[in-house]
Write a new protein. Structure first.
Length: 133
């Protein structure tokens, strides 16, 4: 029937978002490992306490983003499991999308913004440190 088709279409839309988000978060996790490794190298090589503190702060920022990734991934995986059950519950999937999925989308957008700012901060430090400006 038409209602069932709409629910399945809606589920497909939500599942697509979930898979894209999980992929993005996995990639970002790997990227964070690169940043953290580089920061540890820089911390070891520097003997200027204010700069070392800034590097440690950057490291903590990347570590916090990595912890956020774990939480977002848990939340998304939980949604994937519960969504398949909701498709057969009269209107429950639509209700979940209107609340939980929309909230998760906002959390992903906020995460992206914060992560981009952190990478820009790292880049500014690297440029200044290497005398490129």
């Amino acid at each position: 029937d038409v209602y069932k088709r709409q629910e399945l279409d809606l589920l497909g839309y939500v599942q697509f978002d979930h898979h894209v988000w999980l992929n993005e978060l996995l990639f970002t996790h790997k990227e964070i490992e690169l940043y953290e490794s580089r920061l540890l190298e820089l911390i070891e090589a520097i003997d200027d306490e204010p700069k070392e503190d800034e590097l440690a702060d950057l490291y903590d920022g990347f570590n916090q983003r990595d912890e956020e990734i774990e939480e977002l991934m848990k939340k998304i995986r939980k949604h994937i499991v519960s969504n398949s059950r909701l498709v057969h519950s009269n209107g429950s999937l639509k209700s979940m999308i209107d609340s939980v999925h929309s909230t998760t989308r906002k959390e992903m957008e906020e995460f992206r913004k914060d992560y981009t700012q952190l990478k820009e901060r790292f880049s500014r430090f690297s440029i200044i440190q290497n005398g490129l400006i």
